[in-house]
Design a protein around this ligand. Structure first.
Ligand code: SF4
Ligand code: SF4
Length: 192
């Protein structure tokens, strides 16, 4: 089995769309009420608002969408530029840092990934009214995120534990660039 086939198998087993359906339904409802991102340049994908972190499963789902490993250089540049590998914290918790997503196409609706593979945090961050992008009051729907998490907690915990064990990852959540670099290095080390 090739590395790519292995990743695809894991993703298929993890039912990506189903685990996002609550968030996607909510986005559809907003869209029907003309509350959408259609007029915005995508501020929430930039360092202005983006501090998104992913689990191993979410990282793998994004990884499976990449067909060009030259993205690695972009990921490393992003980590260096935003100093994502330099942890600032109180000793108990580490502060989340903001960064411009290395995949952001710097244009309206500028995410290259299909909705069913986007990180949950990206899907849950939406406008709350028609002119949210002007008022800068878009926000993350934490209630929905928690509800979604509750629906799939057992399955995702098991899946993430399995991936952590198989890939030798030590973290629960990490910013997307470093998570993907870790996944890449694990695959390289394991020669998958
Ligand atoms: S959520 Fe808000 S900031 Fe992000 S793209 Fe949509 S309108 Fe723009
Ligand atoms: S994964 Fe897509 S939606 Fe999420 S921050 Fe990156 S470009 Fe934006």
């Amino acid at each position: 089995m090739t590395f790519f086939e292995w990743v695809q198998g894991q993703i298929q087993e993890a039912r990506s769309y189903e685990r996002r359906s609550l968030l996607l339904t909510s986005m559809d409802e907003l869209e029907k009420a003309s509350i959408s991102c259609a007029q915005c340049g995508g501020t929430c994908c930039t360092f202005v608002a983006n501090s998104m972190q992913v689990t191993p499963l979410e990282a793998l789902e994004v990884w499976a969408q990449l067909n060009d490993l030259s993205i690695l250089e972009k990921l490393e540049n992003c980590v260096r530029f935003y100093r994502l590998d330099y942890e600032i914290g109180t000793g108990k918790t580490n502060m989340r840092k903001t960064y411009t997503c290395p995949f952001f196409l710097k244009q309206n609706l500028g995410c290259p990934f299909p909705f069913e593979y986007k990180p949950y945090g990206c899907l849950a961050f939406n406008p709350v009214e028609v002119d949210s992008f002007q008022k800068e009051n878009c926000c993350s729907n934490l209630t929905l995120l928690e509800k979604r998490e509750g629906q799939f907690k057992e399955f995702e915990n098991e899946m993430n534990d399995r991936l952590r064990q198989m890939l030798g990852l030590s973290w629960e959540k990490k910013d997307l660039p470093r998570a993907l670099i870790d996944v890449y290095n694990c695959f390289k080390r394991l020669a998958l």
